[in-house]
Design a protein around this ligand. Structure first.
Ligand code: NAD
Ligand code: UDP
Length: 313
């Protein structure tokens, strides 16, 4: 039986991943410092004897045994990662060195969660893996974007220098149940605002685009990438369906017909990327992967989740 370490395992994506790995029969060690993750995301797993939860910050080294490591630890919402930018960079640099060092000692294969943010405000559209990106190295997003770029570089260096088995996934905006309702990302904001009857806050004119992937599709792609033997990566995983924020707001209001919410415009944050859409040619050919859940179906499941969350609160 394999032992799999998931850093950031109490977060949105990490908690779904832990669940899937347990379902498959693996032993799972979930490690998290609970900065943006929540214990309630994994409470239902605690009774499983193959599941272990450790409170730990990857900026500090840790000695554990594992056959595979999924490194997801890092805040993902701009509000969260800009709260303490130095800590965010430390997590993607010192933290990633610690996790890579652990992988090297255990001879474990490691998948690192990178991001479409490495493309910055892209001048190539859609974005293939070969595009080097357009990142402002001094802007408010740089703690995350540049941190993730260094992390990719570190992964490649460990792969080349130490023959470490590395997989790099570039994740495009992913949503679904267990996204923290207060984390400030656009889908959690719009749905909770619509359910509370508050105005939906569109930043800027709302014509900027994002491509939204449902969590189940993303995790399928992530696990396929980890378990194939041909490619280190990076590999884009995301849904090429591209929407403006205005279209997204309108779609969410359509799916919550009782909502009395209106739309308001707020200032656009500095360096907010104007467009984002994955080129998934590589994922299709390498993994036979493509997304299966469209925005409407994914939003329906997410709205249902937030209804439950808000009712409990
Ligand atoms: P999340 O904020 O819900 O999860 C991140 C988890 O990492 C949280 O549980 C948090 O407490 C933990 N964490 C943060 N810093 C840590 C540290 N120093 N030590 C230990 N744990 C730490 O975000 P998510 O959406 O689940 O994202 C997971 C990963 O995927 C992140 O690395 C993120 O950058 C990447 N990603 C996510 C998206 C997305 O749209 N969801 C897009 C691109 C990349
Ligand atoms: N956004 C918005 N209203 C919100 C939150 C976000 O219009 O309440 C916009 C944001 O400016 C960006 C897009 O939605 O253009 C996606 O933002 P998010 O924080 O979800 O992710 P990222 O910018 O990292 O892709």
């Amino acid at each position: 039986m394999r032992s799999i370490l998931v850093t950031g395992g109490a977060g949105f994506l990490g908690s779904h991943l832990c669940e899937r790995l347990l379902e498959r029969g693996d032993n799972v060690i979930c490690l998290d410092n609970f900065f943006t993750g929540r214990k309630q995301n994994v409470t239902h797993l605690l009774a499983n004897p193959r599941f272990e939860l450790i409170r730990h910050d990857i900026v500090q080294p840790i000695a554990l045994e594992a056959d595979q490591i999924y490194n997801l630890a890092c805040p993902a919402s701009p509000v969260a990662y800009q709260y303490n930018p130095i800590k965010t960079i430390k997590t993607s640099t010192v933290g990633v060195v610690n996790v890579l060092g652990l992988a090297k000692r255990c001879k474990a294969r490691i998948l690192h969660a990178s991001t479409s943010e490495v493309y910055g405000d892209p001048t190539v559209h859609p974005q293939p893996e070969s595009y080097w990106g357009n990142v402002n190295p001094l802007g408010p997003r740089s703690c995350y974007d540049e941190g993730k770029r260094v992390a990719e570089s570190l992964c490649m260096n460990y792969h080349q220098e130490h023959n470490l088995e590395v997989r790099i996934i570039r994740i495009f905006n992913t949503y679904g149940p267990r996204m923290d309702p207060n984390d400030g990302r656009v889908i959690s904001n719009f749905i909770t605002q619509a359910l509370r009857g508050e105005p939906l806050t569109i930043y800027g004119n709302g014509l900027q685009t994002r491509s939204f992937c449902y969590v189940d599709d993303l995790l399928r792609g992530m696990m396929l990438l980890m378990d194939q033997d041909k490619e280190t990566g990076p590999v884009n995983i995301g849904n090429p369906g591209e929407y403006t924020m205005l279209q997204l707001a309108e779609q969410i209001l359509k799916q919550i017909p009782e909502s009395k919410s209106k739309i308001v415009h707020k200032p656009l944050p500095q360096d907010d990327p104007k467009q984002r859409c994955p080129d998934i040619t590589k994922a299709r050919s390498l993994l036979g992967w493509s997304p299966t859940v469209d925005l409407q179906a994914g939003l329906a499941k997410t709205v249902e989740y937030y209804r439950g969350e808000l009712a409990q609160a």
